[in-house]
Design a protein around this ligand. Sequence first.
Ligand code: G3H
Ligand code: ZN
Length: 280
Amino acid sequence: MLITLKEIVDRAADSDYAIPGFNVYGYEDIIPVIRAAEEVGAPVIIAANLPALKHMPLAFLAPQMLTAARSSSVPVCVHLDHGKDLQSCIDAIKHGFSSVMYDGSQLSLEDNIRTTKEIADYAHAHGVSVEAEIGSVGYTDPSIAMKHILSNPEEVEIFVRETGIDAVAVSVGTVHRMETQGASIDFELLQRIQDRVTIPLVIHGSSGVPDHDLEKLVKTRVGKINIGTALRMAFGYTMRGEMEQNPKAFDRVSLFQEPMAAVEAIAKQKLIIMGCRGRA
Ligand code: G3H
Ligand code: ZN
């Protein structure tokens, strides 16, 4: 069933689990992610980001995500990831998304608050949840000009109070697009942040978080943990292996079977590590 972010993430933050926000790019990863959630009886978040929407415009991707969510036996939140402005959030909401993230992390605190509040007011008037970021989770790829700034607890408190958002993304040591689980989380900073706010915290760039730290994170006020790269690697590497084994293969219908199974396996593994089994 389709559900908002707030409806699932509040409970996760209050309990010893966190819900993965999986980046999806089309049918080939939407279906395995939802299958994984159904297998373990977990709520799940499927998220479309800018690269996904460049590959497949919202008018095509949104109906796939929404159909999968509505026909699922578990709660599925359909979420916009790293929305770049008010208009991209409005577009997602008009296409039926139940949650949007606005990323004003590159702006000054004042400008970030102003735009985030505008989006939160619009989204809430339409029954949609809002996540926003303060501090900035950078990227491993230096060609992506996004700053990497750890979140300041005092700023997080002001940001949450002034914007009325439902969940706040914080920067506590992760970096987007890590291909190994080598991130180092600053749990002391995380504690100082959660002492100041009551809404759920969100961790981005979590493909790089070691399993033992994922297990630790879910026991904090973190309610959502974003995973993208780990799924793309599972799909891409499995496909490469198949093509190396059979260089003459060209039929996508058969070629996609193993990569989809690999995505399902990783999604299931992350759901279990994050304590989501049976939480639907
Ligand atoms: O917003 C999406 C996530 O932060 C995914 O990050 O690709 O490093 O797992 P990741
Ligand atoms: Zn992110």
